[in-house]
Design a binder for this molecule. Structure first.
Ligand code: GRF
Length: 200
């Protein structure tokens, strides 16, 4: 069985969806750790309830980003997992970390990439006036939200939508998409071919 670790900064509803999918047998994985940069993250409580070890690398206690990333890298190496899942990790990962785990790190982004990278993707979508929005699970490379795409799901954007309403509609799909991508990875059904991801 594959070992995964989840990296999250906040609420952790995607983390919860992963926990639930492992518990109900949909995802054949062991979640070996929650790694967080935020000691106040609600995700920590979710991990404790599920009996998942928590590693806090508190960003605010480090004098520089370099030292923070060094500690994070060590924690990730120590976790010794097959896959890292970024689920609402709100920082950009430095190149040294991305290079350490090629093809072993995925992220969920609340937009149909390559549109609306970075923060506040749902707000960007509402402001742009797109009629379709959605979420993307992708491998992490050194670009911002630019790695090879594994899965996408789309939702309509309503005229009455504000950022929160759209975010809520997208989030429901995130909770399906992310465990599904992890399932495929854990079943060895994902192959990266250049920019493309083939699913077998
Ligand atoms: C999600 O919308 C995710 O796509 C984005 O941040 C949000 C995290 O939500 N990167 P949660 O912490 O999983 O509830």
């Amino acid at each position: 069985m594959k070992r995964i670790a989840v990296v999250a900064s906040g609420r952790g509803s995607n983390f919860q969806a992963i926990i639930d999918a492992i518990h109900n047998g949909t995802v054949p994985a062991e979640c070996a750790a929650l790694i967080t940069d935020n000691p106040k993250a609600y995700a920590i409580e979710r991990a404790q309830v599920a009996g998942i070890p928590v590693v806090v690398i508190d960003y605010s206690t480090f004098p520089s980003r370099e030292l923070y990333e060094r500690a994070l890298l060590l924690a990730m190496q120590k976790a010794d997992v097959d896959l890292f899942v970024l689920a609402g990790y709100m920082r950009i990962l430095g190149a040294s970390i991305v290079r350490a785990f090629p093809g072993k790190m995925i992220n969920i982004h609340p937009a149909l990439l390559p549109a609306f990278t970075g923060l506040h993707a749902q707000r960007q979508a509402v402001q742009y006036g797109v009629k379709l929005a959605g979420c993307t699970v992708h491998f992490v490379d050194e670009s911002l939200d630019g790695g090879p795409i594994i899965l996408q799901k789309c939702v309509p954007v309503m005229d009455s939508d504000d950022e929160d309403a759209l975010a809520e509609r997208i989030l429901e799909h995130e909770h399906e998409c992310l465990p599904e991508a992890i399932r495929l990875f854990c079943q060895d059904r994902i192959v990266i071919e250049g920019r493309k991801v083939r699913i077998f």
